[in-house]
Design a protein around this ligand. Structure first.
Ligand code: 0O2
Ligand code: 0O2
Length: 267
């Protein structure tokens, strides 16, 4: 091994991890308070172990004096999301940031790995202010759902433990488990879509009701008391039946009545 001072070599990577963890945790909090939902569920980070850096350098034929450019995940951040849809949203948020630059991306969700591994990877260039000046380091951000993370964590520990000796039968079962994780993500997304659809319907309906009540008030303003009272009765009946189509018709009739009232005409 060369006489490299590993402690000093890893310092900017450790700083990068600390800063990025704070930044993404802050982003999570900010989005939660601004939009009541954050695509970030939780964030973890690590600096690669020296032995793993050397193993990878050997495997990829990276000379030891070119580790900074040759190994892109010495600093690694992992961001977990609830839903698959959150991943692209988060990737776009990262692209738009001015404090890091996306160098390239690897989409293992569209193109899952042979093992069954799915995740979205972004290789970024991150500027760290060190005591010796500004240093630009490469870091890898892995974005994945909770289901993808569940699978990858277990698969990684099994592969780590058994290395090449992982029996074919286990490999096949892991691949099937990856498929199950994929289906779980799909199911969760469709449940979310249904909930959002229901919420939208509820909002649409409450907007229509607001409109009706405002129009009725407007008729009172034009002293069309009898007409306003009739519309109110009609609304009460529709409200009982929860009939959206009748509500829309009622709005059209109210609009006609208001136009007439403004012109001073009568029905
Ligand atoms: P919280 O709000 O307490 O969960 P540090 O001690 O800051 O150097 P950190 O971030 O604590 O490092 O350690 P690590 O291991 O990198 O990240 C672990 C973070 O991920 C912790 O959050 C864990 O609580 C969180 N975490 C791990 N697994 C899960 C999980 O399955 N679900 C959820 N929701 N969170 C998980 P913090 O930073 O302690 O914050
Ligand atoms: P760690 O820190 O132990 O997770 P490589 O595929 O390693 O030749 P490259 O181009 O860096 O080289 O690979 P990739 O696949 O883009 O990203 C590597 C990281 O993605 C891995 O880091 C894993 O964290 C994750 N990963 C990739 N494939 C799999 C897989 O099949 N299963 C699991 N569980 N994770 C995977 P390392 O190097 O393993 O380091």
């Amino acid at each position: 091994m060369d006489g490299r001072d590993w402690k000093k070599f890893l310092l900017p990577y450790e700083q990068t991890i600390e800063e990025l963890k704070v930044k993404f945790k802050t982003l999570r909090g900010e989005l939660k308070s601004r939009e009541e939902y954050s695509p970030i569920e939780f964030v973890t980070g690590r600096v690669k172990k020296i032995s793993s850096i050397l193993d990878k350098a050997k495997r990829l034929n990276v000379p030891v004096d070119q580790l900074e450019t040759g190994i892109e995940d010495i600093a690694g951040i992992r961001i977990m999301c609830q839903f698959v849809e959150d991943i692209q949203w988060l990737a776009e948020l990262i692209h738009a940031r001015q404090d890091m630059k996306v160098v390239y991306e690897k989409d293992y969700i569209e193109n899952k790995k042979e093992s069954g591994y799915r995740s979205y990877h972004l290789i970024i260039e991150y500027p760290v202010q060190t005591a010796l000046g500004m240093k630009h380091v490469l870091a890898e951000i892995q974005i994945r759902t909770l289901a993808m993370n569940f699978w990858a964590t277990i698969e990684h520990s099994l592969n780590y433990k058994y290395k090449e000796t992982l029996p074919d039968e286990v490999r096949t079962r892991l691949s099937k488990a990856a498929e199950a994780a994929y289906l779980l993500d799909q199911e969760m997304s469709s449940i979310r879509d249904e909930i959002m659809e229901a919420q939208k319907l509820f909002e649409d309906n409450s907007n229509l009701v607001n409109k009706v009540l405002n129009y009725i008030q407007e008729l009172y303003f034009f002293h069309r008391f009898r007409e306003a009272a009739q519309f109110q009765l009609r609304f009460n009946e529709i409200w009982e039946k929860d009939d959206v189509r009748a509500l829309t018709e009622l709005i059209q009739d109210l609009e006609t009545a208001i136009v007439r009232a403004k012109k001073g005409e009568h029905a």
